[in-house]
Write a protein that binds this ligand. Structure first.
Ligand code: CP
Ligand code: NVA
Length: 325
């Protein structure tokens, strides 16, 4: 995979995804045992963030330092990117100075254009359409929990037409898993992406289901996954409609109990599971709710593996950089 971009999971074969997970597991073991793995001394990477981040930025930074590299962080206001200089020109400039570039921002087209012009590997740290490094971390976490990915039933509750729903559907199709999007019909992924994933699923033995009924959707599920109902970059006015539409899909204890006995709860984070954030408090108080996409009871329960998932962001992002540099 040397020299390859990491823009979306559609660009990778099931065996390459498995190799990235194996490499991540190996690098994780090295980190835990204190075995040095600074394989890229003197390399420099740029991190472009047009949207905020805790996990993704820290994962790229820590992973880069562990690999012996240097990091430059460009925040949403601190560079000319996109505003005063085109994506293509910025890509050419950064490609002359850096060995790899991470991009988090808006449309997938931007990260694709960056990659087409940079001449060095570009890694997608989240776009509106896809969040592929998150899915690698999710799959490493599922593999650690259940031993393998094939045959695992993952139910995505909520806004399934955005970056997380799309990426999980692609990942599940690639890895022979059973993917269920559970939401009102208007929140299902784009039909053209569904068609691509159905085609992949025919070859891998995966199944894809689109269900509007939460209780039938989670039957025998191994993983119940959700994400925020209003994503970064979307207007605050969206909350009212989303709450009306998605509240029946909130992950609560009754729903977890309707899944397989071994079912786990997953969330890419950050999560609105209580009123301890400014946005959660504002929205929660306005609509009379003490939690949004997941109840605090589920979030804090034994079944919740969200912090393993968060840690695995770092190990999997390290694998992506190590494999492509
Ligand atoms: N899950 C995730 O991408 O988190 P951050 O927004 O904190 O990077
Ligand atoms: N769908 C969320 C994911 C955050 C990691 C967002 O785009 O804001």
């Amino acid at each position: 995979m040397k020299g390859k971009n990491f823009l979306k999971l559609l660009d990778f074969t099931p065996s390459q995804i498995e190799q990235l997970l194996d490499l991540a597991a190996d690098l994780k073991a090295k980190k835990k045992s204190g075995t040095p793995h600074a394989y890229f001394p003197g390399k420099n990477i740029a991190l472009i963030f047009e949207k905020n981040s805790t996990r993704t930025r820290c994962s790229f930074e820590v992973a880069a330092y562990d690999l012996g590299m240097h990091v430059t962080y460009l925040d949403p206001s601190g560079s000319q990117f996109g505003a005063k200089e085109s994506v293509a020109d910025s890509a050419k400039v950064l490609g002359r100075m850096f060995d790899g570039i991470e991009y988090r921002g808006f449309s997938q087209e931007i990260v694709e254009e960056l990659a087409a012009n940079a001449g060095v590997p570009v890694w997608n740290g989240l776009t509106n359409e896809f969040h592929p490094t998150q899915v690698l971390a999710d799959f490493l976490t599922i593999r650690e929990k259940f031993g393998s990915l094939k045959g695992i039933k993952l139910v995505y509750m909520g806004d399934a037409r955005y970056n997380m729903g799309n990426s999980l559907m692609v990942g599940c199709a690639k890895m022979g898993m059973h993917f269920v999007a559970c939401a009102p019909e208007s929140y299902f992924p784009d039909p053209s992406l569904i068609a691509i994933c159905k085609d992949i699923a025919e070859r891998t033995g995966a199944t894809l289901e689109f269900n509007t009924d939460p209780y039938s959707a989670v039957k025998n599920a191994d993983v119940i996954y959700t994400d925020v109902w209003v994503s970064m970059g979307e207007p605050v006015e969206a909350w009212e409609q989303r709450i009306n539409d998605l509240l029946p899909y909130q992950v609560n204890t009754a729903l977890m109990n309707a899944a397989s006995e071994r079912a786990v709860f997953m969330h890419c984070l950050p999560a609105f599971h209580d009123l301890k954030t400014s946005i959660g408090r504002e929205v929660g108080e306005k609509f009379g709710l003490d939690a949004l996409e997941v109840t605090d009871e589920v979030f804090q329960s034994q079944r919740s593996i969200v912090f393993d998932e968060a840690e695995n962001r770092m190990h999997t992002i390290k694998a992506v950089m190590a494999a492509t540099l």
